[in-house]
Design a protein around this ligand. Structure first.
Ligand code: 2DE
Ligand code: MG
Ligand code: MG
Ligand code: MG
Ligand code: MG
Length: 326
């Protein structure tokens, strides 16, 4: 590990993250407290708060040499993980997932009614923490993130009949479902750091591109990783009939896959056949190329900031995202 290792640069801050979040989730109603705190057990990857924290520090260094992380920026770091987790709880209810982060999913553990309410509560507490900072620009930015999350999850339910529109639909969905949260939180910390609009835009574009790369890799891993590695079920997208990048590319070589995209699958054999067709195609390789393009753009953006170990750690993270297995 070197001075630019993302984990060593953030471990002190992130080791306190779950405790800090649990203090926010302090309802006097014990079951609400217990269920909403369930995923804040230190077992997550905490990739979003890590990126947002390093972005805050890299922007601070760029803007005013010795400035330490500000309390308002720390709140955004926390809120990024809270909104993400709230959306995952709803997502697990929608997807009927059994496991998450290597343990029984919250919906299987406590039931769907409790889970929906707990996620609403997490979102409510995150909104309050943010609103207390009194910056309406940032409140608006994060309100748009929640709007994007809902629309992204919604877009995922449908795909376009016209193959030419499909890929744009996928990219827009990917932005809304994943990249928007990272992009807007990166911008928010630059806003709180009193950074110039150009620096705010760099932070946003870095977050957007790394977010896109992250989700494309997530979609690849749904095909190639095992459940043990991921800590959640795999091949779920295929089973749910969701057309992600590997399928969309594979479709060009194996037109039979159109049936999957248009939800005309009949039985479990169809899913296995589809999986094999994707494996035989160059869909996985082309998806990795797509993710690399986003990663490269993320690096290009963040390299516009002046040199710091945090900036270099943000570059390292983009490489790690391409290589990740979970
Ligand atoms: C993960 O997708 C889900 C992301 C966004 C979910 C957004 C919802 C709108 P996946 P995995 C449910 C509501 C938002 C709130 C409450 C803030 O690909 O593979 O299914 O990890 O993720 O299951
Ligand atoms: Mg899911
Ligand atoms: Mg889902
Ligand atoms: Mg996924
Ligand atoms: Mg995921």
């Amino acid at each position: 590990k070197t001075h630019m290792d993302p984990h060593s640069l953030t471990e002190t801050h992130l080791s306190q993250l779950c405790e800090t979040i649990k203090k926010e989730l302090n309802s006097s109603i014990k079951p609400l407290r217990d269920v909403s705190q369930y995923y804040f057990d230190g077992q997550g990857k905490y990739i979003r708060p890590m990126i947002v924290l390093l972005t805050a520090e890299a922007c601070n260094t760029h803007t005013s040499k010795n400035r330490k992380i500000l309390p308002s920026q720390t709140t955004v770091v926390m809120v990024s993980e809270m909104i993400h987790t709230a959306s995952l709880v709803h997502d697990d209810v929608i997807d009927g997932a059994d496991t998450r982060r290597g343990k029984t999913s919250v919906n299987k553990m406590f039931g769907e009614r409790m889970s929906v309410l707990a996620a609403d509560y997490i979102l409510a507490c995150a909104s309050q923490a943010l609103a207390k900072l009194g910056n309406s620009e940032v409140v608006e930015l994060l309100a748009r993130v929640v709007d994007d999350l809902v629309k992204g999850e919604f877009m995922q339910l449908g795909s376009k009949e016209n193959p030419d529109e499909r890929f744009n639909h996928y990219l827009e969905k990917t932005y809304k479902k994943t990249a928007s949260l990272i992009a807007c939180c990166c911008k928010a910390v630059a806003v709180f750091g009193d950074c110039d609009p150009e620096v705010q835009e760099i932070a946003f574009q870095y977050g957007r591109n790394i977010g896109m790369a992250f989700q494309v890799v997530d979609d690849i891993l749904d095909f190639i990783a095992s459940e043990g590695e991921m800590g959640k079920p795999t091949a779920t997208d295929l089973r749910l009939g969701l057309a992600t990048a590997p399928v969309l590319f594979a479709c060009e070589q194996y037109p039979d896959l159109n049936a999957l995209i248009m939800r005309r699958f009949k039985g479990p054999n169809d899913v296995e056949e589809a999986r094999e067709a994707v494996y035989k195609s160059d869909g996985i390789a082309r998806s990795y190329t797509l993710a690399s393009q986003y990663a490269k753009e993320a690096v290009k953006q963040i390299n516009k900031l002046s040199s710091s170990s945090q900036r270099d750690a943000l570059i390292t993270i983009t490489q790690q995202i391409l290589q990740r297995r979970k």
